[in-house]
Design a protein around this ligand. Structure first.
Ligand code: SF4
Length: 380
């Protein structure tokens, strides 16, 4: 069956990690060498299937996980070669691979650069050994510095570093010190997330058992505001709740996601949104591989979104952006000004000074950024 859907953005999920971090709720498993080649075979088959069913004109690729850089160099190379060979779109390719500091040496960085990867996103999370222990991360702070150096030496142009604030036991001063350390790396992009305690994770259980204590909400809010101010002073534009970039270095792949545009996803647990159909693959590597080998679809969830539902989801996603919802673009896409579609939610949050409205856009205020989840929830 051939449809004319055109895919410009593709996410690829590699579910392996060396060890599992206590706070993580992404679908991942400890790497088992025997599972690697069958997974890469299956990813390549799913990619072929996608190419047979859709017109592909790729502009952004994002290989995430898990930790894609746990793959042995030859298997990583096999996967990246297939991805770099996809038909290209008009925009220059943004090709991101997520990496963990303990998994990148000059050989792996070289493999990435040889296969057109031009953006690496490094999960540093902290530069403080005691915070890394709480998060059950296996790397040492120095390895973040070495990973950035290895990527730069290989010629990778754009680097993101992820950090987490609100780690149990972390003070405001300790967070500020993390910010200073990361700024020394002179990366193009930074993602700073508040720690969340996801149900089902070991960290969530530790919280319930009283083994760890949440950072006080006021201190966490101060950490976030300090982040905005310090990174702004260092020349980073704040463009999404948790994301900061030097001018022109925003992550285009994630921007497509936040504008609720079409993207495909392959791999276990990967999600996609193609021609109004939101889907998700089975979050089980062995089952995913079996389904692909047997010629069955690995998808376990499909939902065709109505225009109204798509409009609501788009509003929720675009509110995450600092520029907010562009009223004219939204009205052209959905036939309604967001002020009309979300009249009650807008009135409530404007009154509380959590939302600001002008003739062009609807956006979270600085106070609204601190309460983003509760404001955004009112738009669904
Ligand atoms: S390395 Fe990343 S994906 Fe793997 S368990 Fe830790 S946080 Fe999750």
């Amino acid at each position: 069956m051939t449809t004319s859907a055109e895919i410009r953005s593709l996410y690829v999920h590699v579910p392996f990690c060396h060890t599992l971090c206590g706070y993580c709720d992404f679908y991942s498993q400890v790497i088992d060498r025997r599972s690697v080649a069958p997974l890469v075979d299956a990813l390549l088959l799913e990619l072929q299937q996608l190419a047979a069913e859709h017109e592909i004109a790729i502009e952004t690729l994002f290989v995430g996980g898990g930790t894609p850089t746990t793959l042995p160099p030859e298997e990583l190379s096999r996967l990246l070669r297939a991805l770099e060979s996809l038909p290209r779109g008009e925009d220059t390719l943004e090709f991101t691979v997520e990496a963990n500091p303990a998994t990148v040496n000059s050989e792996i960085a070289g493999v990435l650069a040889r296969h057109a990867v031009n953006r690496v996103s490094i999960g540093a999370q902290s530069f403080d050994p005691s915070e890394l222990r709480v998060l059950e991360r296996i790397h040492a702070p120095k390895q973040v510095v070495d990973t950035v150096a290895a990527c730069r030496a290989a010629g990778i142009e754009r680097i993101n570093v992820d950090l987490i604030f609100g780690v149990p036991g972390q003070s405001l001063a300790a967070w500020e010190s993390n910010l200073e350390r990361v700024l020394e790396l002179r990366t193009e992009h930074l993602s700073c997330y508040g720690l969340t305690y996801e149900r089902g994770t070991p960290l969530f259980r530790q919280l319930q058992q009283g083994l760890v204590r949440r950072v006080d909400a006021e201190v966490e809010a101060e950490m976030y505001e300090t982040t905005i101010d310090r990174l702004g002073a260092a020349g980073f534009g704040h463009y999404e709740i948790s994301n900061f970039a030097r001018p022109g270095r925003e992550c285009r792949h994630n921007l497509r996601y936040w504008h609720n545009q079409t993207y495909a996803g392959i791999g276990p647990a990967a999600a996609g949104f193609v021609r109004g159909l939101r889907y998700k693959n089975v979050p089980d590597t062995a089952e995913y591989v079996r389904a692909i080998q047997a010629g069955r679809s690995p998808r376990i969830e499909h939902e065709r979104l109505t225009l109204d539902r798509t409009a609501r989801e788009t509003a929720m996603l675009e509110l995450r952006l600092i520029e907010g919802i562009d009223r004219r673009c939204f009205a052209e896409r959905f036939g309604h000004d967001p002020m009309d579609l979300f009249r009650d939610a807008v009135a409530k949050h404007v009154e509380l000074e959590l939302l600001a409205v002008d003739e062009h856009a609807l956006r979270l205020t600085r106070a609204g950024l601190l309460l983003a989840d509760s404001v955004i929830a009112d738009f669904l």
